[in-house]
Design a binder for this molecule. Sequence first.
Ligand SMILES: [Zn+2]
Length: 268
Amino acid sequence: MNDVYELYAIKYGETENRPMSENYIGGDPHDTSQNLAYFIWVATNNERTFVIDTGFNYEVAAARGRKLDRLPREGLDLIGIDAGKVEQVIITHLHYDHAGTFTDFGNARLHLQDSEMAMATGRCMCHAPLRLPYHVDDVCEMVRKVYAEQVDFHNGDQEIAPGISLHLCAGHAAGLQSVRVKTRRGWVMVASDATHLYMNFKDKKPFPIMVNMAEMMESWGKLIRLGDSIDHVVPGHDPKVLEYYPAADPKLEGIVARLDVAPKVSIA
Ligand SMILES: [Zn+2]
């Protein structure tokens, strides 16, 4: 039984000219831009492959003014993974930039928290600010996947395979789950949007989009406890991930980073 995984971050898009003040509650004294990168992640070994999140497509990128470099399934092609053959997909939460192209993974089981599905289909969606990060077509498609019995619901923390567990890290979204992955350098936390950027959790500066700030701040502590060190926590949208970690291949510099080897830079 192999419980140790190779772990990759694959960048599929980015924001352009995003003011740094939009990334921190209360703004930021640095009057500059700080763009977000959009990632999916993959944990894989000779027995199992888990894709973590499924990004968005060109239509949604245009509607939201985002730059899409490639479809998530095209990013997977770069490391030899065929989306149509993937059997396990973890959806960290249902925001448009995490749950957008899962219909490209037709054979996969989808792992989702109960509380996230409840929020995306319930009364909170009557309020525009809470609804904004969700794309109704994704949510409707997820309902179809429920009816097709392709969704595995989880309620809190859950091991789903040897060396892979889900951890409810709510706050940014009601049912945000981070993923703990056993790698050759130890336990790595794929935080997703439990922390968008290194500064959010390291300097305790909350990202402005949230449903519960208290829960979000508690989740930062959980990330640090569950990873082997602060350098084992991988934020959901920080372009620095691609600088800190080595490329999976020289040709994939700036696109695919290996998270199962130590970063070149410590944030400690
Ligand atoms: Zn996000």
